[in-house]
Ligand binder design. Sequence first.
Ligand code: WTA
Length: 658
Amino acid sequence: MTGPIEHLETLAGKVFLPPEEFAANAVATAALYDEARADRLGFWADQARSLHWHKPFTEVLDWDNPPFARWFADGELNVAYNCLDRHVLAGNGDRVALYFEGEPGDSRTLTYAQLTSEVKRAANLLLALGVQAGDRVAIYLPMIPEAVIAMLAVARIGAAHSVIFGGFSAESIRARVEDAEAKLVITADGGWRRGKVSPLKPAVDAALEAGGATVEKVLVVQRAWDDSQELAWTEGRDLWWHEELAQVDDDHEAKPFEAENPLFILYTSGTTGNPKGILHTSGGYLTQVAYTHKNVFDLHPETDVYWSTADVGWITGHSYVVYGPLANGASVVIYEGTPDTPRPGRWWEIIEKYKVSILYAAPTAIRSFMKAGREIPARSDLSSLRLLGSVGEPINPEAWLWYHEVIGGNRAPIVDTWWQTETGGIMISPLPGVTATKPGSAQTPLPGISVEVVDDKGNILPNDSAGLLAVTEPWPGMLRGIWGDPERFIDTYWSKFADVPGGPLYFAGDGARRDEDGDVWLLGRVDDVMNVSGHRLSTAEIESCLVGHPWVAEAAVVGAHDDTTGQAVVAFVIAKARHAGEAGADGATNTLRAHVATQIGAIARPRELFIVNELPKTRSGKIMRRLLRDAAEGRTLGDTTTLTDASVMKAIADRLRH
Ligand code: WTA
C-alpha cells in the first residue's frame, strides 16, 4: 500500500493500522500471542531452539531460588558461533555482516565470512595473552568494527566483556575496571567525533595510573591518532592490536559453554553514587535478543539493511547492534560519528547510501531533527525505509507523528520499544504487522513476557489507571545479578514486591498507565534516576561528584524537563564558606559543570548549575527534590509547609526566574 496509512480516530487519539502489504509479509503474526499464552515456557524453549546448541538443553527455567533464575541451564552453546560460524556454514558467508561508516567518510564492509575470520583471529590473540573463560575484559572503543570484533572474540572464548561508553571519563573507567577486576583493556588511540579526534587511550592511561591493578595488558586499535601528536606508551603493558593480530592465525574452533556462563557486565546508573554492574549470561539472553530482533523489527535477513544508531557502550548497542542482529544473520550498519558531521543531514545520507530499511533510534535524536527542520531529511532518498523503531525514553506523540510522516513517508510502521539494561531485550512493543499503534504508547508486552501495572503494594490495577510497572514472570534475558553484590540486586529490583502472591515481582522503576484498551503508556522513572537523551544518569552519582569538588559543601541534582533531551541535569550547590570567594567569581558555575564532565563524562554535565545559600529540606533533613524540580521547570511551587524554612524556596525560585 502506498499513500497515507489509514487510521482511526479514538478518544486516545489516532490509531495506525499496520499497512496491508506489510502485514501480509510480516515475520510475526498474531499466532505468537496464542502460542505464548498456551504454554509460556514451551514457547521460550521453541525460541531457544532456533539457536545452535552444542549440547541441547532439557530444562527450560529453574526458578526454585528466586530472584536467581537459570534458563536452559543444562544446555551448552557458543554465543559467537551463533552470531558467525553458523551463518557461514549455512552458505551465507558472502552476506554483509557490517557496513561501517566512519565519521570522516571512510567506509569498510565485512561479510559474515570475513567477520568470522577476524573474530577467530582476535579470539586466538586473547588466548595468547592469557585471557581465559570466566575472565573479564574491558572494552573502551569508538563505534568501529573492532568494537564488534572485540566483543565477539571475548564471548567466543567464554570470557565476559565490560564495554565502557567512549564518552565516559578516566575516573569512570577506573571504577568499572576495578569493580569487574578486568585482566585486559581493549581501547583505541582515539575516535572521530564532530570532525576531531576524541582521544581514548589517554583516558585509559589515566585510569590505570589511578588504579585498576588487575589489568595486565592494554590492546590499542589504531584508528584516529594524528601523527603530529605523541601517544604515551607503557612498554610491556601496551600492545598494538594490528601488530599482535598479525602474529596469530584465524583458525579457531568455538567451544561450547554453559548457558549460564557470564556474557557481559554493563554498568548502569542507579539511585546511589555507585554504578551497578548488570550481569547478563549467554543462552537466555541470546534467545531473547534474537527473538525480539526478528519479530519486532520484522527482519528479512536476505534483503534488509538494519541500522540501530546506538553506541555499543549502551545496552541497545549490545542487544540490537551486536547480539540480536548478528544471531539473526542481519546486515548491520554502524556509524562512528555524530548525526550532524560534517553536515546536519549525515544520518539521512547514510540511509540513502546503504539503502537502510530498518532504523532504530532514540526520541531525543528525532526531536532534535524536528527542531532543525524537515527540509534536511528531504534532501535524501529515504524510500528504502520500511520500519522505524524508538527506544530509550517515552516518545511524545508529536515526535512520533513527525517520525512517521517525515522519515517514514507515512508508510513505515513505528515500533516504540520499552526495555532496560536489566531486561536485556525488548519487553513491551507493538508487533509491526499485527498491532494497531497509538502514537506515544509502547502498546503491549511481547508474546512470552508478563508485565502488569500495579499499585504500591503490588496489586494489579485495572485498565484506565496509572501505577508502577512490574514484570510478573521471569524472562530469558533478565539480568542474573549485580556483579559482586547480590544484596543490592535483591534490594533494588525484588524487595518492593517480594511478598505478593506469585511474587517476587520485578520492580522496573518506571511509572506506567494502562489505557481503557489495556495498552501501556510509560510515564518515566519513579526513582532518582534521570533520563537524559535516552541515557540513564543518577542524581546521587552527580551529587556525590559535585560534593567531591573542594568548593562544594552540599549539592542537589534534579532532572528537569527538556524539549530535546527529555530531561536535563540541573544542579544546586552550596559553597563552603571558606571558598565563597572562588564560588562567587565569574565562571565558577562553569568550573563546577566541567568538573562533572571530567569526573563522570560529558553527558552528565549539568545544563544549569546554581550556587545557592540554602537547599529546601524537610524537618528531618531530607532535600526536597520535588520542589527543586518544580522551580527548575518554572512551575509555581507546590506545598512548602513541610520545609524547615519556606523562604529558601522563594529565594531559589526568584534566582531561576532571573
Ligand atoms: C526508559 C534502554 C519509555 C525507562 C533500553 C527505562 C523508555 C529506562 C523506553 C532504561 C520507551 C526505555 N518508552 N521509556 N520505549 N525505553 N525507557 O537501561 O525509564 O538505558 O527504565 O535501557 O529507559 O534505560 P536503559
